[in-house]
Design a protein around this ligand. Structure first.
Ligand code: SF4
Ligand code: SF4
Length: 366
């Protein structure tokens, strides 16, 4: 049975260091050998300050880097951001300042290698540095996600898909969240991080995972050698049926995690965590799916008073469904596959999602 550890914590170096050192020791500290190249994969989605709760906190990254160094390992910190320059993320997120004196390498994922992740996807491009590292440590953030409900340990490894290959995969998965969950689980299982730690000290609720989400203090770190188990435990913490998180459901199907996990430490229940509103998956004959997508599924919406016409959303949109208009932006809801990437990458928090009127009426009778 997979073990998951919960530890109360705060963003204070003196408090954090013994907690994280003990947590890693009990998860799998001996996986790091002298001179191992250890890749830390935090959530570095876009340029944001730590108080926005979008990125893995720099102090968590620092302490984990120090742990690796204490074992004689070489530390590389990498991700492939959805938007904004890697340098800007390191600066605005406080990583350069917080880790400046401990000699780690920051490197944006750039080169990819083809790796067979299994059917139905076959060989796909994954960041070379993630595939070739001796050990990978997955440092995720506890956040909501408009498309997948939550972004936790398994989903964090999607950052190992480099640059514009990410929206391409959204496009290929289309509106089917189950297919996308399958892809996420297979990427996770290919990279197989030895340790997953989820930063839920300052978490995010509402319309995450970008600037439309709301920071929520939970004061917790969650660790395991098995990300699906950690994700399952967090669902229980938030009062959610774990199978409602499709990555957990898929990980169970593929045997990566069982129905039972062993939880220890400071587990507690959060009763009022605000999840993003979601219409259930498409159902019924395929011939009706286009209609359902248009009229029942949450659609992205812009607040054109906040929109700065920066162009991030229309450049990232995998289906090119967003156009610049005289005052703000417009959506082509026939083309839009409801991946909500635009909400994720908007640097100004101008986008959210809402159910169309027919969908709201339909929800009353579900
Ligand atoms: S909605 Fe956001 S990302 Fe899109 S143009 Fe406006 S400010 Fe930029
Ligand atoms: S408009 Fe937004 S939700 Fe629709 S396909 Fe483009 S990025 Fe995805």
């Amino acid at each position: 049975m997979h073990k998951v550890i919960f530890k109360k914590a705060a963003y204070d170096y003196e408090t954090l260091k013994p907690i994280l050192f003990e947590m890693i020791d009990s998860i799998s500290g001996d996986c790091i050998k002298r001179q191992d190249r250890v890749l830390i994969k935090p959530n570095l989605l876009l340029p944001a300050k730590p108080e926005k709760a979008i990125l893995t906190h720099p102090l968590v990254v620092r302490v984990v880097a120090e742990y690796i160094q204490s074992k004689g390992g070489y530390v590389q910190i990498s991700d492939s951001p959805a938007t904004g320059s890697f340098e800007k993320i390191l600066k605005e997120g406080g990583y350069k300042k917080t880790l400046k004196d401990i000699g780690v390498e920051f490197k944006e994922f750039q080169a990819s290698v083809k790796v067979d992740i299994g059917e139905p996807f076959g060989s796909i491009d994954i960041a070379k540095d993630a595939v070739e590292a001796d050990v990978v440590i997955n440092l995720a953030k506890l956040k909501t996600h408009s498309q997948m409900l939550l972004t936790l340990g398994v989903k964090n490894m999607f950052g190992c898909i480099v640059g514009l290959k990410k929206p391409e995969w959204h496009f290929r998965s289309g509106v089917d969240r189950e297919i996308f969950a399958k892809l996420l689980v297979q990427i996770y299982n290919t990279i197989k991080p030895s340790i997953t730690i989820i930063d839920g000290i300052l978490a995010m609720e509402g319309q995450g995972p970008g600037k439309s989400g709301i920071p929520r203090y939970l004061g917790i770190l969650v660790g395991s050698n098995n990300a699906p188990a950690a994700d399952m435990a967090i669902c229980s913490m938030l009062g959610m049926e774990p199978d409602n998180l499709l990555t957990v459901k898929e990980a169970k199907k593929t045997g990566l995690v069982g129905n039972k996990i062993h939880i220890s430490g400071d587990f507690y229940m959060v009763n009022d965590f605000l999840l993003p509103a979601q219409t259930s998956l498409m159902f019924g004959p395929k011939v009706f799916h286009k209609f359902m997508r248009k009229h029942l599924l949450q659609r992205p919406l812009a607040d054109n008073h906040i929109c700065q016409l920066c162009g991030e959303c229309w450049q990232y949109c995998p289906t090119k469904s967003i156009t610049k208009q005289e005052k703000g932006i417009g959506f082509d809801y026939d083309r839009c596959i409801r991946c909500y990437c635009c909400i994720e990458v908007c640097p100004h928090g101008a986008l959210s999602s809402a159910e169309p009127l027919p969908g709201r009426i339909f929800s009353l009778f579900r």
